[in-house]
Design a protein around this ligand. Structure first.
Ligand code: DP6
Length: 400
């Protein structure tokens, strides 16, 4: 049956990324062009990823999309922008191309299904991995081989950074059409093997202000944000790239914390003010600084996005002790054995000196759980047909 209709199905995965120099503010809302460059670390897909299947067929009468098993409105402007952009790139390629293995596929409608292996409710950003995966999967079925920054970016700015593994820079660009606003890899996945990432999941509550609206208000009202974009970020980008290349954790960690703090300062400078951090976030900040002071150097660093969850960077030799300090300060409330997910962490020692240095009363249940992960690769194509999220009827397979 399948052989009588031109039909193409591809399944891909894409990673989450976490910015260490933050993107906050657009100079063009439609094209999603930022007011400053940003830099991120791609997290490993063993712990966090989006999986997306795209199917094109001449028999489809309309484009359709399912997210985590539920059909969504394909008319959403950002999804439409991605679809338009990928078809434009495909057309451009075909017009300059001698051979086209799928001459009609451009006109085919697409079915897309996408799932995350992490709970969206955990407050972890899913739009970056989601739109990167959408762009990547669409590129496979429509035969696009050019840079996908623009396609992913039109879905969500930070998504263009999830198109690569390792350490990734999103260059803001200067052109009005955004052609030079692209992501590029600064260092590959295996460049800094000792680097570890701990996600401290603080709250599953839905945030009050989404990033898109938040950054819009900041651009309109915060003089600090403008100052940051013009006078601070350019030098910080160069500095951060140097620290990454040199694998200088002291420099990397300190600048990561400073940039997170400045981003949240611009949120407070926004009018009406935006606050993404909560009491637990602030306790984590305190804990990190006390931990570092005890060791007389930057051994761990925090960064926070548009929510209260902390992302911690550290080196493999420090993970066990820091996790012990977190357990001490935020005793797990109920499911003790599930407190730590992801990469295994050996139970670590916590000296009385360090305990005393932390100087904090424990906050039981403040942190729900920790996901331990590391730097990871960019999007991948899954070869097995059973990986497809859409069945032979091109509808989502029932989830188990
Ligand atoms: C705080 O990429 O989610 O995580 O482009 O409007 O979709 P839109 O915003 P989004 O913003 C991310 C903001 C951030 C910082 C960062 O990832 O650089």
């Amino acid at each position: 049956m399948a052989s009588e209709k031109p039909y193409l199905a591809v399944t891909c995965t894409a990673p989450v990324n976490i910015a260490v120099i933050k993107y906050w503010g657009k100079r063009d809302e439609e094209l999603i062009l930022p007011i400053n460059s940003s830099l991120s670390v791609t997290l490993h897909q063993d712990q966090l990823k989006t999986t997306t299947t795209a199917v094109i067929s001449k028999d489809f009468t309309e484009d359709r999309i399912w997210l985590n098993g539920r059909e969504e409105d394909i008319g959403q402007p950002r999804i439409q922008a991605c679809l338009r952009e990928i078809r434009r790139l495909a057309r451009k390629r075909r017009s300059g191309d001698e051979e086209d293995p799928l001459p009609l596929s451009l006109n085919y409608k697409v079915h897309v299904a996408s799932v995350n292996n992490f709970p969206t409710a955990a407050g972890l950003a899913s739009s970056a991995s989601g739109y990167a995966c959408l762009a990547y999967a669409l590129a496979q079925v429509y035969g696009v081989e050019s840079d996908l920054s623009e396609v992913a970016r039109r879905g969500s700015g930070s998504a263009c950074r999830s198109l690569y593994g390792g350490f990734v820079e999103w260059q803001m660009g200067e052109q009005a059409d955004g052609k030079d606003s692209v992501a590029r890899q600064v260092a590959p996945e295996l460049h800094w093997p000792e680097l570890r990432v701990l996600i401290l999941v603080v709250s599953a509550e839905k945030k009050l202000t989404g990033s898109t609206v938040g950054m819009q208000t900041s651009v309109e009202t915060s003089p600090l944000l403008r100052f940051r974009a013009e006078a601070v970020v350019p030098a910080r980008m160069a500095e951060m790239i140097r620290y990454v290349k040199e694998r200088n954790f002291q420099g990397f960690g300190e600048l990561t914390m400073k940039d997170s703090n400045q981003f949240h300062a611009t949120c407070l400078d926004t009018f009406p003010p935006i606050s993404y951090l909560n009491d637990t976030s602030r306790r984590i900040i305190h804990l990190v600084h006390r931990f570092n002071a005890h060791h007389g150097q930057t051994k761990v660093a925090y960064t926070f996005d548009a929510g209260p969850n902390a992302v911690i960077f550290t080196l493999d030799d420090t993970v066990a002790e820091f996790v012990a300090a977190v357990r001490h300060s935020f005793p797990p409330e109920s499911n003790g054995d599930k407190f730590l997910k992801g990469l295994p962490v050996k139970p670590g020692p916590l000296s009385d000196e360090l305990k005393a240095a932390l100087g904090m009363d424990p906050t039981p249940g403040g942190i729900k759980y920790i996901i331990a992960t590391q730097v990871g690769p960019g999007p991948q194509i899954l070869d097995h047909p059973h990986a497809h999220l859409l069945g032979p009827d091109s509808l989502p397979k029932p989830t188990v």
